[in-house]
Ligand binder design. Structure first.
Ligand code: IPE
Ligand code: IPE
Ligand code: MG
Length: 238
């Protein structure tokens, strides 16, 4: 862990970025305007986390359940993704950030899949923070896909189910190279996981802030990290 002014900075942080819609509604704006503001926050928080010495930042951008939203909202989110993919690439280059995607990307339009591939390949050599974007991600869906791949390997004789360990199974998850979150932040005051990183958050410290995601900033991040610093992690021990 990095140490900033006596504060230990968790090396792996995950964020459920929630409240874009309510942020917009409060201002009489469309939900999509809230998402646009939310994208600005993502850009800023990537930079803040990288500078604070966070090693892994994982954000929940779009869940496997978010397809249920109106066509207008889903289309708006796809458009934002197209626009921000380019900005994200520049941001990653400027901050030596490596970008990874988790989730089932096969359901996205072809051009978005191509820009995800490009973000990953062009930043693969960056040695600073790893920024992980969860898109069309669901914890259950991830575990289902991992179990299916594991079963295929077992059928092919490549692995023996009677010897399966948690470590081996973790290798089949989308997050295989990403450490479990030390700190999980959810904005907008909701007290639930909404299918995010179900396996990985087994022992994450959860901090909930009432701030809507578009209003989340470095000060709020520091407040969340300060709350994390006051926690005693036991991992089942005493
Ligand atoms: C989070 O904000 C962003 C996504 C889920 C894409 P919401 O859109 O869920 O905002 P609220 O919860 O309706 O305020
Ligand atoms: C979780 O937020 C998904 C993302 C932040 C991408 P939701 O707004 O979709 O979650 P619920 O519906 O309130 O549980
Ligand atoms: Mg929400």
């Amino acid at each position: 862990m990095e140490d900033i002014n006596g504060l230990s900075i968790p090396s792996s942080i995950a964020i459920i970025m929630d409240g874009n819609g309510r942020w917009a509604q409060k201002r009489g704006l469309s939900r999509n305007m809230g998402h646009k503001e939310g994208c600005r926050t993502v850009e800023q928080i990537i930079e803040d986390c990288a500078r604070l010495g966070v090693k892994y930042l994982t954000v929940y951008a779009f869940s496997t359940e978010n397809w249920k939203r109106s066509e207008d909202e889903v289309t708006g989110l796809m458009q934002l993704f197209r626009y921000y993919a380019g900005r994200l690439l520049a941001k990653a280059r400027d901050n030596n950030v490596r970008v990874l995607m988790i989730g089932d990307r096969s359901r996205f339009p072809k051009d978005i899949i191509a820009s995800i591939d490009r973000l990953e390949s062009e930043t693969a050599g960056n040695t600073g923070m790893t920024f992980v974007m969860a898109a069309n991600y669901g914890g259950r869906d991830e575990i289902r896909r991992a179990a299916a791949r594991y079963a295929m390997d077992a059928k092919d004789g490549k692995t023996d189910p009677s010897e399966l360990t948690e470590e081996e199974f973790s290798e089949y998850l989308d997050t295989k190279s990403i450490p479990d979150p030390d700190l999980l932040i959810r904005t907008s005051g909701e007290l639930r996981l909404s299918n995010f990183l179900l396996w990985q958050c087994a022992y994450s410290e959860i901090v909930i802030t009432d701030v809507y995601w578009p209003d989340f900033d470095r000060d709020e991040l520091i407040r969340c990290i300060t709350e994390f610093n006051g926690r005693k992690r036991r991992f089942g021990g005493v």
